[in-house]
Design a protein around this ligand. Structure first.
Ligand code: FAD
Ligand code: NAP
Length: 322
């Protein structure tokens, strides 16, 4: 028979939101259990320098997340290396089933499942995924030493990926669909000054081209959206950096969502449409999507869960007396 356990608070996700919720919930004596999922540490584990985490003028993303995990553990949080496959929020206690087969019930749930990279959705992108097409320069940049690569996108991720790739590639072409970048100005300055970078404005990716045997990228076909002219750029790597979508698969049919799957929370709160269920971090935030804002929401979720559980306990005692 599979393991079954009951906890007061279950935290799903191990990014800045999840670990911060764990620190606060443990210090409120709620004995939380945190599930790390398939990306322990979350999105910051696939980047390099983080320069906007207060208190650290520069910290490596993976190091920061190891520190957050250690902090959560040191306060006494139970960290479980498992992925939640299904979550039933229709009645309390809420029930979660993990990949391992373990069944967990909880009086309150903090959802901190973050976001995942988006893809363009074209057949040739899919075909060459893992064979020259990637969404993670930190993971795959090393394979492109001395070669030409392209990056698609114009936000912080695209600019950071392009800059990171200049450490390996001989040339990095940033392809952006508009004539201005969305990324922070400080990153744009670095990009414009880098001699290895060329920017193709007003340009979209039409197709990734390459060899069949062995499967590998040889170039991209791009289109200038103003002139309609199609051209070819030879390259060995294509990095897609067009943003992130919320990881709301577990709850999208049970909670109110908006803007393409972001979980809706009450104003100035992490409360979702179901009492006792809280959502924090990139899962609920389509505007800021930063480590520090995610951590802030993790704190709010734990404090709100504490208040909810205290009220639930008070109601229980009153009904026993009556
Ligand atoms: P995430 O970090 O997305 O973590 C989600 C967690 O949920 C993961 O641990 C995952 O395993 C887990 N999970 C998902 N589904 C399940 C499930 N079913 N069961 C169990 N666990 C699950 N922000 C900054 O402030 N500064 C930066 O410099 C910066 N650089 C970035 C660079 C890159 C390349 C990227 C992609 C993002 C960057 N960001 C940066 C944004 C920042 O990483 C996010 O805002 C932040 O990580 C969001 O935290 P989160 O806790 O909401 O979720
Ligand atoms: P983003 O800010 O949403 O930017 C996505 C980029 O991809 C935009 O430039 C967008 O173009 C482009 N794009 C979207 N769909 C496209 C499509 N179908 N075809 C072509 N281009 C497309 O996403 P992000 O850069 O991944 O950043 C996500 C969040 O993480 C942001 O809040 C960001 O600040 C944060 N983050 C922060 C840091 C940091 O602080 N250093 C680093 C990385 C990420 P348009 O501009 O035309 O819309």
């Amino acid at each position: 028979m599979s393991e079954q356990r009951h906890v007061k608070v279950m935290i799903i996700g191990s990014g800045p939101a999840g670990y911060t919720a764990a620190v606060y919930a443990t210090r409120a004596m709620l004995e939380p259990v945190l599930f790390q999922g398939i990306q322990p540490g979350g999105q910051l584990t696939i980047t390099t320098e983080v320069e906007n985490w207060p208190g650290d003028s520069m910290v490596m993303g993976p190091d920061l997340m190891v520190r957050m995990e250690e902090h959560a553990k040191a306060t006494g949080a139970e960290i479980i290396s498992d992925h939640i496959n299904s979550l039933d929020l229709s009645k309390r206690p809420f029930t979660a089933v993990a990949d391992s087969g373990a069944v967990w019930t909880a009086d309150a749930v903090i959802l901190a499942t973050g976001a995942q990279a988006k893809w363009l959705g074209m057949a040739s992108e899919e075909k060459f995924k893992g064979f020259g097409v990637s969404a993670c320069a930190t993971c795959d940049g090393f394979f492109y030493r001395g070669q030409d690569v392209v990056v698609i996108g114009g936000g912080n991720t695209a600019v950071e990926e392009a800059l990171f790739l200049t450490n390996f590639a001989s040339k990095v072409t940033l392809i952006h669909r508009r004539d201005s970048l969305r990324s922070e100005k400080i990153l744009q300055d670095r990009l414009f000054k880098n001699p290895k970078v060329e920017i193709l404005w007003d340009t979209t990716l039409e197709e990734v081209t390459g060899t069949e045997d062995p499967l590998g990228v040889e170039g991209v076909q791009v289109r200038n959206v103003k002139t309609g002219v199609i051209s070819e750029i030879p390259c060995k790597g294509v990095f897609i950096a067009i943003g992130h979508a919320p990881s709301s698969e577990l709850v999208k049919d049970q909670l109110e969502t908006h803007m393409g799957g972001y979980v809706v929370t009450a104003p100035d709160s992490t409360a979702t449409s179901i009492p006792g269920v809280y959502a924090a971090g990139d899962l609920t935030d389509h505007i800021y999507r930063q480590a520090v804002t995610s951590a802030g929401m993790g704190c709010m979720a734990a404090l709100e869960a504490e208040k909810f559980l205290a009220e639930m306990e008070a109601d229980d005692s009153r009904s026993k007396v009556a």
